[in-house]
Design a protein around this ligand. Structure first.
Ligand code: DPM
Length: 357
């Protein structure tokens, strides 16, 4: 056993170390952390888990659009500081909030099975029964995601789009209790985890709105050097989700996009094939570059032992490294194809216009 605070085996194979899990204070973050804690408890009945809740910059600045705050690690910095100081050992995040390069010393030790990755429409109660197609002209849709706004503006030009911020609870309150928005767009996964499935009136398929890189998947961040914890969490990995998310993250990284650019993806694993569709948009959605590529991923390959490779921040020791490499290359190849067609200009212009707003 290595490292500080290593897991002690009591001679009967039982793990007796106290493991602390850091979480943001929002209800969604608590629910996500509790669900990972539950999985760990099932797998390791003898571990002692402690949950440490803290606020992050992203939770404190609630009135500015995410894309305007300009802090890449908005929701993650305080939690990583606590990891670094050994105040916590594990942090659970929504993967889509984690930058494609993590600061040195940290890694994603597990990506869990993805929930529904699509976006969902939540209607003001007075609009019950309507859809984005049937809402009256000039209805205001709340979203501060550049990605959602760009795609939906193009697809539903009769609608208007305005920023809405705050955690999920705040947003639903703003929708229901005021008359500012006819509907809001949220990730189906977050709504489902909160137990608010019944508010979903429409799931947006790829022809309406492709999802964000990593959307719907939970990630477990740990200290890269903490081999005991890394090994412990690696069994939480869902191989198909890991491969999909690695290709998506490699695509975003190669484009040099952050968590607030109009970039969207769609991935599927069918047999031993991994399909990735990726797109970049101008802010109004008028310009769009989109393409699909695929690769073979041999998931059933025997996992090469003791190989520790990091792919776009992810250490997935339980997944075949040749499959991980193929997934990462797929994302880079697709990004390069779009860059060759002028993706850089579209993104640079989008960033400039957004900064100037
Ligand atoms: C990121 C975006 C948003 C979150 C940008 C995007 C949405 C921001 C907004 C990177 N992070 O999606 O284009 O609507 O103003 C976030 C949510 C979840 C994780 C909430 C949501 C839950 C779903 C999941 C915020 N981060 O998107 O409705 O686990 O994927």
């Amino acid at each position: 056993m290595s490292g500080n605070g290593s897991i002690s085996q009591e001679g009967n194979g039982k793990v007796s170390r106290v493991i602390r899990m850091g979480t943001r204070k929002s209800q969604l973050a608590r629910i996500q952390t509790d669900s990972v804690a539950g999985r760990l408890k099932e797998l390791y009945p003898d571990i002692h888990l402690e949950i440490v809740a803290m606020s992050t910059i992203g939770d404190k600045i609630l009135d500015t659009a995410l894309s305007k705050i300009g802090e890449k690690s908005l929701f993650t910095k305080e939690l990583e500081n606590a990891l670094e100081r050994n105040e916590v050992d594990i942090v659970v995040h929504s993967l889509k909030d984690l930058p494609t390069s993590l600061p040195p010393g940290f890694t994603i030790g597990a990506i869990l099975q993805r929930e529904n990755p699509h976006d969902a429409v939540v209607l003001h109660p007075k609009n019950a029964g309507l859809t984005l197609d049937s809402l009256p002209e000039k209805s205001v849709i709340g979203t501060s995601s550049l990605r959602r706004a760009a795609q939906l503006k193009k697809r539903f030009p009769q609608l208007e789009f305005e920023n809405i911020r705050g955690n999920l609870n705040t947003r639903l309150k703003k929708l229901d209790e005021k008359d500012d928005y006819s509907a809001i767009i949220l990730a189906a996964a977050g709504l489902k985890r909160m137990g608010w499935d019944s508010r979903i009136s429409q799931i947006l398929g790829p022809e309406d709105c492709m999802y964000a890189v990593g959307q719907g998947a939970l990630a477990v961040e740990v200290r890269a050097q903490d081999k005991d914890i890394l090994e412990m969490v690696s069994v939480l990995c869902h191989p198909d989700t890991v491969l999909q998310c690695i290709s998506e993250r490699a695509f975003l990284k190669q484009l040099e996009g952050g968590c607030s650019v109009p970039v969207a993806v769609h991935t599927e694993v069918k047999g031993s094939m991994l399909y990735l569709t990726g797109a970049v948009y101008s802010l109004d959605g008028a310009d769009c570059l989109k393409d699909t590529m695929q690769t073979v991923v041999e998931i059933d390959n025997k996992v090469e032992s003791a190989q520790e490779c990091v792919h776009v921040g992810v250490t997935a020791n339980s997944v075949s490294s040749s499959a991980l490499e193929a997934a990462e290359k797929l994302g880079m190849d697709l990004a390069n194809a779009l860059l060759n067609k002028g993706a850089k200009d579209i993104l640079t212009t989008a960033r400039k216009l957004n900064d100037a707003r």
